[in-house]
Design a protein around this ligand. Structure first.
Ligand code: PEP
Ligand code: MG
Length: 838
């Protein structure tokens, strides 16, 4: 039977609802109410730790359903899930059903032994009897932009889709829908059948967003034109993939907060309360950051064609800026965080917005500044008018982009000037402003405006900067330099906190740092098992700035340089010289330590504007990694030449991604040879010997490793992709994420096969996928014969510690038993107890 957790702001309410639900479902139902804070006399509020313990108490392998009342209850539930072991998270469902009716329906369904999904469905339908009885009907007003987008032309085909994304079609899924629709020669319109809004053009982000599509809504997509059938198929596939939303990362942060209008807690005396946006406690001087005033030129408008040229140039410049910020954020905080800027870019390419601008400037003869200001204000207002608080909050993104373009029109910088080190206080920060902050100087962020779902809050979290938002304008009056205590966990800002509170905060900070420091203290020492087997511990990095932190964390080299950072987010390919200088900077930073340079791993799922790839139904099975490199030697060869030029002076090894067959390995080696000849012909030195290895991340490579081994110098197992392809579970697709466990015996057997094929020929085997960062997996990997582990820098001290705790014989026994397990759960159980039976 599944477990149920009821999270409310009020302990009494949670208990009352639990009592009611038990009466309906019976005493056997595993049901836990949780409400209030874990503090004396604080019965109102929610506490992630309490929620997490409640989930533990009702834990069942069949899953746990969590129902929440409002506001921070959702936030706490999300945080509680994050606190649980990874393997449990996939079995917890945070359900948006009504709290009281949902709890009752869920208790009854759980008692009948229904599955987690079935119980959740019952809970979601909990309101149905009341709706039927009172005759309430769905429906709503048409959004102005959606109406405006209604156009002539009878649709040739239609499909109906149920939107299951927790936040509905919010900015990013809507952006993906718009991109997909825009890739085909068809007129595509979307209608929200649930609230009656639309139809709206699927080529306009604003129009789609103003349909107010929430989770559970049904939409109708109609298409006409030459590629009507193709576009509908693509949109159906996109919908089936949850519109590209990933579990974890930014989405988790966003989904955690539905955007209450009041801060979740009352402010203790002397403190200001806001929304916790990014965890961590910091103390420092207040540093005000004020956005510069931007005013457009005041002269009367010039020639329409000149005004339009100025408008186009400003849009172009803003677009370039957004793309550059996107690339920076992707490198610092990952693809999911960076996707915020895709929605920003899309706004500037929005068909409805551009035609309104064209009309104003070219037909009505208005100036570029006035036309832009009015048009963007209309778009902002249409988002602001939405009922859904999450979508409403996206108006801030529209405002941010509006400012950015206006700054270009006015020839001014849009970014606020950032003061010295301390806690930044600002009225609001745009995502671009936040992305531009230097985490080394900015100890924390406090904003007067903004909700916890604002993209700057999301970014702050991704960047690891403690933040509290929505503190109110009072923070703007705090004098510059005043000592402030910012508590990103509780959502509080305390000016002049007093010695006692500062001491308490510093104690908490110190405790945290001490535990970190303990893990790092011996990071520089080698990782040798108790019986003397040396395991090399390398870092996975993505850019030159990662080298310093990697070495500090004890990296003995770089086991995976993801070179994509140099290629993404730009309009033209980096030149050979540019590549050489970046690779050289990294190699120099590493001194004598090895650098494994992976050639470009992009393709259908990460397209490059200058390497067009035809749209693919299954990009992960399409032209990516080495496949792309071999089909475009004009991309791969300059990269190989750049790598070879650096390898003449440094221990650089080249590694190919997504290798599937021996023919690919031979073709890749032939290109390496050609690149070497070309470098020599250009009068440059080449290395005497260049090690060339491959990633094992496609099952065929592992299964035929003995055929590949003679032609490669080393193997590095990419467990992220290997798990994805072995278990046929797309990485990042939350619906199948639970399946793609790299500790599944199927994956372990492929690792074993690779090692068995490689070692007799003296080919070393590394693991550079996420599994290498999983302390629990380290003994199994070492036991299987892996002698190099490469992971992101923060994980390295822990990985080394895990190696030092091992004895090789025990690790081998453990690995043998893991190979005989039947499921990933059995392996996890085995490694966690190390004595369980398989
Ligand atoms: C992997 O697939 O495990 C890997 C390390 O490569 P990436 O995550 O870059 O695809
Ligand atoms: Mg990979």
């Amino acid at each position: 039977m599944i477990g149920i957790v009821l999270v409310s702001h009020s302990a009494k309410l949670a208990e009352g609802v639990a009592e009611l639900a038990r009466q309906m479902g019976g005493e056997d139902v595993a049901l836990e109410p949780v409400g209030g804070l874990d503090l004396p006399d604080r019965p109102i509020g929610t506490d992630a730790v309490l929620v997490s313990s409640a989930i533990d108490r009702v834990w069942s392998e069949e899953g746990v359903l969590v129902l929440m009342d409002l506001g921070s209850a959702v936030l706490s539930a999300e945080m509680a899930v994050e606190m649980l072991p990874e393997e449990r998270r996939g079995r917890i469902l945070l359900c948006e059903a009504p709290f009281v009716e949902g709890a009752i329906a869920a208790a009854v369904a759980a008692r009948l032994g229904r599955s987690l999904a079935e119980v959740a469905d019952e809970a979601r339908n909990g309101l149905a009897p009341k709706v039927a009885h009172l005759g309430a009907s769905p429906g709503g007003e048409r959004a102005p932009l959606a109406e405006a987008a209604t156009a002539a032309g009878g649709p040739a085909r239609t499909v109906r889709l149920l939107v299951d994304n927790p936040l509905g079609l919010h900015a990013r899924p809507a952006a993906r829908l718009v991109r997909t629709a825009g890739a085909f020669d068809a007129d595509v319109r979307v209608t929200n059948l649930t609230n009656g809004r639309g139809p709206a053009s699927a080529r306009s982000l604003s129009a789609v967003a103003t349909l107010g599509v929430l989770q559970g809504h049904e939409i109708e997509v109609s298409a006409s034109g030459p590629q009507a059938a193709e576009v509908l198929r693509a949109i159906e596939e996109l919908a089936a993939a949850g519109f590209g939303d990933e579990a974890g990362g930014v989405r988790e942060v966003e989904a955690s907060v539905p955007g209450p209008t009041e801060p979740p807690i009352a402010a203790p005396e002397g403190a200001l309360a806001g929304f916790p946006a990014s965890p961590g406690v910091v103390v420092g001087p207040a540093r005000h950051v004020r956005a510069p005033e931007i005013q457009g030129p005041t002269e009367p408008p010039g020639e329409p064609s000149k005004e339009w040229a100025a408008m186009s140039a400003a849009l172009e410049a803003a677009l370039r800026e957004i793309r550059a910020t996107r690339a920076r954020v992707a490198a610092r905080a990952g693809e999911q965080a960076a996707a915020i800027f895709d929605a920003h870019a899309l706004l500037l390419e929005d068909e409805a917005l551009l035609s309104a601008l064209r009309r104003a400037i070219l037909e009505e003869g208005r100036g570029a500044v006035a036309s832009w200001t009015e048009t963007i204000a209309r778009v902002e207002a249409s988002w602001q008018a939405l009922d859904d608080p999450y979508l409403k909050a996206r108006a801030a993104d529209v405002r941010a982009v509006g400012r950015q373009v206006l700054a270009h029109l006015a020839g001014r910088a849009a970014a606020p000037a950032v003061a010295g080190e301390g806690v930044v206080l600002a009225e609001d920060l745009t995502p671009a402003d936040t992305a531009g902050l230097d985490p080394a100087r900015v100890r924390g962020i406090a904003t007067a405006l903004g909700g916890p779902t604002s993209h700057s809050a999301v970014l702050a979290r991704s960047l690891g900067i403690p933040a509290v938002v929505g503190l109110g304008r009072a923070i703007l009056d705090i004098p510059e330099g005043t000592t402030v205590l910012l508590d990103g966990d509780a959502g509080l800002l305390r000016p002049n906190p007093g010695a006692e509170l500062v001491a308490e905060a510093l104690r908490r900070v110190a405790e945290f740092r001490a535990s970190e420091a303990a893990a790092r203290a011996d990071a520089a020492e080698p990782a040798t098992t108790r019986d003397g087997v040396r395991i090399e511990v390398f870092a996975n990095i993505g850019k030159p700035e990662d080298v310093g932190p990697a070495l500090e964390a004890g990296a003995e080299g770089v086991g995976l340089l993801r070179t994509e950072f140099l290629f993404l987010g730009r309009e033209t390919m980096p030149t050979e010289d540019e590549q050489e200088s970046v690779y050289r900077a990294i190699a120099e930073g590493l001194g004598e330590r090895p650098l494994v340079l992976r050639t470009l791993d992009v393709g259908g799922d990460k397209p490059l504007p200058y390497v067009p790839v035809a749209a693919e139904a299954n990009p992960f099975l399409g032209v990516r990694g080495l496949r792309l490199g071999l089909s475009r030697p004009d991309v791969l060869l300059p990269q190989l030449r750049a790598a070879i030029r650096v390898a003449a002076d440094h221990p650089v090894r080249v590694m190919f991604p997504m290798v599937t067959t021996l023919q690919e390995v031979l073709a890749a080696r032939a290109l390496v040879e050609r690149a070497r000849r070309e470098v020599a012909a250009a009068g440059r030195r080449t290395p005497e010997r260049l090690q060339v290895g491959i990633m094992v991340e496609v099952p065929s490579a592992a299964l035929t490793a003995s055929a590949l081994a003679p032609d490669v110098d080393f193997f590095s197992i990419g467990t992220n992709d290997l798990a994805q392809y072995t278990l046929a579970a797309e990485r990042g697709n939350e619906l199948v994420a639970g399946l793609a466990d790299a500790l599944h015996p199927a994956v372990l057997r492929l690792i074993h096969m690779t090692v068995e094929a490689a070692l007799p020929l003296g080919r070393p085997v590394a693991v550079c996928g996420e599994l290498a960062a999983d302390e629990a997996a380290v003994p199994v990997l070492v036991g299987l014969g892996v002698r190099e582990l490469s992971a992101s820098a923060p994980a390295l001290p822990r990985v080394k510690r895990a190696v030092r705790a091992l004895a090789l014989e025990d690790a081998r026994t453990l690995a043998e038993r893991a190979l005989r397990c039947r499921t990933a759960a059995e392996v996890r159980e085995l490694v966690s107890t190390a004595s369980a039976r398989c």
